[in-house]
Design a protein. Structure first.
Length: 435
């Protein structure tokens, strides 16, 4: 059953044949038989234009640090690539200023998960072997109308079926080594006659490149230019139960209060939410810098957050954990302390309380990413006051963060001294704020 996510009920978000309760049990069983990985991988291979300029990257699934892919489930592989590119590495880090080519099954295109991506940045490749049905053509037209571009992958000839489908795509990727030398120019001409851009893939050497240039191809990809580059990142996985709870609240339309409370128990998910908010600002409007969870949810939208939770649940079982990591516990405790302290300082200022909680949560967010705090926050849409508190302990939020850090290290005298800078009355109440 297809259509808008709100119309599909429990099935269809994660997989066409599984409901949410079924996913919960299935995912837990898969997790119990496979170890959770602290590192995740994505590979990318550059795509060049006729001037030799890299204009895009094809994103490739990698389960391990090995060069070759080991794909057992195409849908899950695509979901994992999206989740890691957006939620772990960040789109700007992976793509730079170029576009991303993403391999997609027909099911992935139909079931809405693609909607978490900024359409203007992505070309969706229809995997070889996918049935080029009228229904798929209609879905491609919908996606193109939304701003995506569609590519037909591994084309070796313009068959009657392929020709009928060309109106639904923007780019044709030619399997260059598998097209007879005397047929190549004719195939390129057929594509261009239909107004399509032509990409020669698997270009292995200078001769292949020269032939593709002469035939009139627009884009080029292959080992002659570069082998896929492996990207590696460490991450703090989202907790399965926390993600599942957020998804349930979204499905039940429980309201902002319960949703924000649930997100407070999912620190890793909040960081991913902020990355989604950054993508949303690029594709729709530039919203005000974020100071609260509610503001981030509003920027992303409940539908996109729901689809994101589904990607986490279905993507890769090793990317979720069922326990609580020490780092996640620490940042949650820190965030809660800073929220209590902010409430004590300014009982009526809800915005200040939320900013304090978010500052505590984000204060160690860069650690599992293996980058400096400055690099981490460069592409995060976070309010400058929060960033300054984290990067330089500036302002009242910076002082609260310093107090929290001293308390965690058992440096109680230093904590009291910092608290005194916020007023004697606050310093006296500090012991009661430490739970």
């Amino acid at each position: 059953m297809r259509g808008n996510p709100e119309q599909r009920g429990q099935r269809g978000y994660l997989h066409p044949n599984l409901s949410l309760p079924e996913i919960a049990g299935w995912q837990k069983r898969r997790y119990e038989t496979r170890p959770m990985k602290a590192e995740v991988f994505v590979a990318r291979q550059p795509i060049l234009d006729r001037n030799g300029v890299t204009v895009a990257q094809e994103l490739l699934f990698r389960e391990t640090g090995k060069d070759a892919a080991q794909v057992q489930d195409d849908y899950a592989a695509t979901a994992a690539v999206v989740e890691r590119t957006v939620g772990v590495f960040g789109i700007e880090h992976v793509l730079g200023h170029g576009d991303g080519f993403l391999n997609c099954t027909g099911d992935f295109l139909h079931f809405g998960s693609v909607d978490v991506l900024p359409a203007a940045r992505f070309v969706l490749e229809i995997l070889e072997g996918t049935a080029l049905t009228a229904e798929l053509g209609e879905r491609c037209d919908e996606l193109r109308h939304a701003g995506f571009r569609i590519a037909l992958d591994h084309v070796r000839s313009i068959s009657s079926q392929t020709e009928r489908f060309l109106p639904h795509v923007d780019i044709v990727k030619l399997d260059w080594p598998y097209i007879a030398t005397d047929e190549r120019s004719h195939v390129v001409e057929d594509c261009r006659r239909h107004g399509k851009r032509v990409l020669a893939q698997k270009v292995e050497d200078r001769t292949d490149h020269a032939a593709a240039m002469l035939a009139g191809c627009d884009l080029f990809q292959g080992f002659y230019f570069a082998r896929p580059q492996l990207l590696t990142a460490s991450r703090t996985p989202s907790r399965f139960a926390a993600v599942f709870r957020v998804l349930e609240l979204l499905r039940e339309d429980a309201g902002s209060g319960p949703l924000e409370e649930a997100l407070k128990h999912a620190p890793a998910l909040v960081i991913q939410l902020l990355r989604l908010a950054n993508n949303a600002s690029q594709r729709r409007w530039r919203h005000a810098p974020i100071t609260s969870i509610g503001q981030a949810v509003a920027a992303v939208g409940s539908k996109t957050l729901m689809l994101w939770c589904c990607l986490l649940l279905y993507g890769n079982p090793a990317d979720l954990q069922f326990g609580r990591s020490p780092l996640a516990q620490l940042v949650e405790q820190r965030a809660n302390f800073m929220e209590r302290a902010a409430t004590e300082l300014a009982p009526e200022d809800d915005g200040f309380h939320e900013a304090a909680w978010l500052a505590g949560l984000l204060s160690l967010a860069y650690v599992p990413c293996g980058v400096t705090a400055e690099v981490f926050f460069a592409d995060m849409p976070i309010d400058a006051v929060i960033q300054q508190a984290i990067l330089g302990h500036e302002g009242v939020l910076g002082t609260l963060l310093a107090i929290a850090e001293h308390l965690e290290q058992g440096q109680f005298d230093a904590a009291y001294q910092q608290a005194g800078a916020l007023g004697t009355e606050f310093a006296v109440k500090l012991p009661g704020l430490v739970l």
